[in-house]
Design a protein around this ligand. Structure first.
Ligand code: AMP
Length: 417
């Protein structure tokens, strides 16, 4: 293990996810998840990983007698906000005498607006800009800022770096990011397509190019990041040319609980027919739609697949709507890349669901995409590789994403480690 560790933090309004990453090897040493923050039931769970560079003789002291991969939970009832969670993390590090090895902190930040096309060291000016971006991400950016302030107060001597979900998409051409609404809305409010999951696409694109034996600068890729939130991105020559999420993460694909694309008249329709106000419609489209809304069962793809196998009509329909929409979007992204060298699956569903991959590629034979069912079944649970028929182009790939590692890499670079 090197003596330079990076803490990666991802804060939600009531949660904090953390990972302690070795700057040299990229290995995760410790991860944590604080939940129910801001309530008296708040707690934080620490999970230890085996570390290849920790000598067996040192392991007992490293893991404090716990088995590798063990979890343990600490109540945050005394100080149950984000600062309390970061303090508990520092206490945990101190127990292992690791506190002095942490050299920098990387923060996942959802929205950087048009200001940031790359990661930045967090300064007072950056914080002011993130505050300006709050109207673009009213749920996420305040939580990210809370995490940054908590880190600054508990680790006052460390460099903090912001890594934005939106930054990778700043290379989109104007015709891809402009909505067909009065131009004034863009000038006044920055109303345009931004796109998200940029850190994941940025990690996956070169890894996919490597599998193809090419440079990412010479590749046309359509990448489908399919998790509870999902989006596709057209990556040409290493740059984002278009993506399915928009001014918010609601646009585009059918997701766990989000509707994705929908007739813009939905709001007036539901106001007039169901008496719903803007807040209720927003809630419905973000939290009650997608796989959950169609299936009336679950937002979880694995549960949906199992129920569909057992004949659950809602689950079957949810899977069909999701994969058909996904295929339509993949085909449309091939316009942005002007043909494709490979379709790449990533994210919890993309990495693990042979069913979703097979159904989706089944619609895309006209683009020359094929699937080798044996390779498709075998390439799951962390495996990477080609799942299209041998020698056929475009290729279809699976590449596990690693957003935390990408954040740690940017943080190490910007902190001069
Ligand atoms: P993420 O948000 O990237 O963690 O992905 C979460 C989604 O991945 C959930 O919908 C899970 O049900 C789905 N997922 C994870 N493992 C599998 C699997 N083996 N088969 C199908 N879906 C899976």
């Amino acid at each position: 293990m090197s003596d330079k560790l990076i803490l990666v933090l991802n804060c939600g309004s009531s949660s904090l996810k953390g990972a302690l990453i070795d700057n040299h090897s990229g290995e995760v040493i410790l991860s944590c998840l604080a939940e129910k923050l801001t309530t008296p039931d708040a707690y934080i769970t620490f999970k230890y990983f085996e570390h290849p560079n920790v000598k067996p003789a040192d392991r007992a002291s490293w893991f404090n007698g716990r088995a590798d991969g063990d979890k343990h939970e600490v109540s945050l009832s005394g100080n149950h906000d984000h600062t309390g969670a970061v303090q508990a993390l520092l206490d945990e590090l101190t127990t292992h005498n690791l506190q002095n090895l942490v050299k920098a902190i990387g923060h996942r930040v959802v929205h950087g607006g048009e200001k940031y096309s790359g990661s930045v060291v967090i300064t007072d000016d950056v914080i002011a800009t993130l505050e300006e971006c709050i109207p673009l991400a009213p749920l996420h950016n305040p939580a990210n800022l809370t995490g940054i302030r908590a880190a600054q107060s508990i680790f006052p001597e460390l460099t903090n770096v912001g890594v934005f979900d939106t930054a990778f998409h700043q290379t989109m051409p104007e015709h891809a990011y402009t909505y067909a609404v009065p131009r004034e809305l863009y000038r006044k409010y920055g109303f345009r397509r931004y796109g998200f999951h940029g850190t994941s696409f940025r990690y996956v694109a070169p890894a996919a190019a490597q599998i193809l034996g090419k440079n990412v600068e010479d590749c046309a890729l359509v990448i489908a990041h399919l998790g509870n939130g999902a989006s596709v991105c057209a990556v040409k020559n290493g740059e984002s040319k278009d993506t399915s999420m928009g001014v918010t993460p609601l646009e585009g694909l059918v997701m766990g609980t989000r509707s994705g694309d929908i007739d813009p008249s939905t709001c007036s329709f539901l106001a007039e027919n169901a008496g719903m106000d803007v807040k209720a419609v927003t809630d419905l489209l973000n939290k009650k739609s997608g796989l959950l809304g169609i299936s009336e069962l679950s937002n979880d793809c694995r549960t949906i697949q199992e129920a569909a196998d057992e004949g659950h009509a809602g689950a079957k329909l949810a899977l069909e709507v999701m994969t058909y929409r996904l295929a339509k979007y993949i085909a449309s992204m091939a316009v942005a890349t002007d043909g494709i060298d490979a379709l790449v699956f990533t994210g919890g569903i993309g990495e693990n669901s042979n069913v979703v991959r097979s159904k989706t590629v089944g619609y895309l034979g006209f683009l020359g995409l094929t699937i080798d069912e044996k390779a498709n079944d075998a390439t799951r649970f962390g495996a990477a590789g080609i799942i299209s028929e041998a020698g056929k182009t475009p290729a279809v790939l699976v590449v596990p994403t690693n957003e935390e590692r990408m954040i740690a890499m940017d943080t190490g670079r910007l902190a001069g480690l």
